[in-house]
Ligand binder design. Structure first.
Ligand SMILES: Cc1cc2nc3c(=O)[nH]c(=O)nc-3n(C[C@H](O)[C@H](O)[C@H](O)COP(=O)(O)O)c2cc1C
Length: 397
């Protein structure tokens, strides 16, 4: 089970952070807890929308990907700190990250009442229609007199407190499971995918026929694309276009780039189509994804893109068993994002894992035991067909 813990304090030294770190460490056999900070969250301001900032999008994505959330709130003047309130405002303004998400509240503070008033307020806030979280009823964990609660290893000292914390977490896990049964599976994306790429994104090269065999040459001319020994400045390095090509061509996998407008822009062309694990031809570059697949596969292709575009997952993997027992070919669809966390398309890499697995077994002196069903892909749970979501209608068999 994957949980997210939100530290409700911006302080450099925070007892609520210590509490979450303790929960992560002490109860690691019960769940994975990823701790998120609110220090960088900007003050909420409706007139200066920062929903798409990296910090908000990152928290949003982590919450969506989690099974449940634990919020550790301090108490400031009988309520929750402004920083935590700001975060909840961002998460209920243009996006609704906590909607129907199981949430447990914990809190640590100096005094006997240990954040009880802040916890009550937090419950009300999480219940507001814009937030609409599924807050676990009861099950309060209040850690008062916090200055004396932890030892020098940042472990809770009192065994009864530890036992009580454990019992509340056990109840929360049951609650998370219950909510997942009650909840209807959500449609991941409201809008259907436009596989014909009729829209336009900021990088779309206009005025060139996407289906043209020489789209690359025409599009390069239209935008004065650099080539050859011209230098390109990258995030952390400078390469010539030639060097970039050498680099990408030497990747031990077939790489394909389809943008967020569902246009197939690039593949690392090193082999002829019939030698590839998934055939591509030079003329395919520039085509909308609809031109790269038979109509019967459109639903599967859309499903993969929607998973990635919506943030439901960052990677979809499909084992394609039709290459025989000497290969273990996997099509990996990896979402690409810009620095602000906006979806920017799919990086598809197709890789035969067999040589890697063989190398690993040899290096470590291990052997595979039992039957490996390399032909029928018995262990894969892809219900959407072995489709190449980016650029090839037929998976090579
Ligand atoms: C402005 C301010 C107001 C506070 N008000 C309360 C309060 O109402 N109740 C309380 O129990 N502690 C209060 N405290 C003390 C907090 O419990 C204490 O600072 C605690 O360490 C905050 O949690 P943190 O360490 O995770 O930041 C207050 C602290 C500050 C700075």
């Amino acid at each position: 089970m994957k949980l997210v813990g939100i530290v409700g304090s911006s302080a450099e030294v925070s007892y609520n952070r210590t509490l979450l770190k303790y929960i992560k460490k002490q109860f690691k056999s019960m769940f994975d807890l990823e701790i998120l900070e609110i220090k960088e969250v900007p003050m909420f301001n409706q007139s200066d929308d920062q929903t798409n900032s990296e910090v908000i999008q990152n928290i949003h994505r982590k919450i969506l990907e989690s099974d449940g959330v634990i919020i550790a709130t301090p108490e400031h003047n009988h309520t929750i700190p402004a920083g935590l309130k700001s975060l909840l405002e961002w998460l209920s303004f243009k996006i609704h990250s906590l909607e129907d998400k199981p949430v447990m509240i914990v809190g640590a503070s100096y005094y006997d009442q240990g954040s009880s008033r802040a916890q009550l307020h937090l419950r009300q806030i999480l219940d507001a229609p814009g937030v609409n979280a599924m807050v676990m009823p009861g099950n309060e964990f209040l850690l008062g007199k916090v200055k004396e609660a932890f030892d020098e290893n940042e472990d809770l000292k009192d065994q009864r407190t530890i036992d009580f914390l454990e019992s509340t977490l056990e109840k929360f896990i049951k609650f998370v499971k219950l909510v997942s049964v009650i909840e209807e599976p959500k449609e991941t994306v409201a809008k259907p995918e436009d596989l014909y790429a009729t829209g336009k994104v900021d990088t779309t090269i206009e005025g060139v026929d996407m289906a043209a065999d020489d789209w690359v040459e025409q599009a390069a001319k239209a935008v004065n694309a650099v080539e050859g020994n011209t230098y390109v400045k990258l995030d952390r390095g400078i390469l010539t276009v030639d060097q970039l090509n050498y680099f990408l061509a030497s990747m031990p996998m077939e790489l394909t780039y389809a943008d967020h407008n569902n246009q197939f822009l690039y593949y690392n062309y090193t082999k002829e189509a019939d030698e590839m694990l998934a055939s591509r031809t030079p003329g395919q570059a520039g085509n909308p994804l609809a031109n790269c697949h038979p109509e019967s596969k459109f639903n599967s292709v859309s499903w993969v893109i929607q998973q990635l575009r919506s943030g439901a997952t960052d990677a979809v993997r499909v084992h394609v068993p039709t290459h025989g027992p000497d290969k273990y070919v996997v099509h990996n669809y990896q979402a690409m994002h810009d620095k602000e966390g906006n979806y920017k398309g799919i990086n598809e890499y197709i890789l035969d894992f067999k040589p890697i697995i063989d190398w690993y077994l040899k290096q470590t002196g291990q052997k595979l035991v039992g039957d490996v069903d390399a032909v029928s892909g018995a262990s894969q749970n892809d219900s959407h067909g072995g489709v190449d979501a980016v650029s090839s209608a037929s998976v090579k068999g």
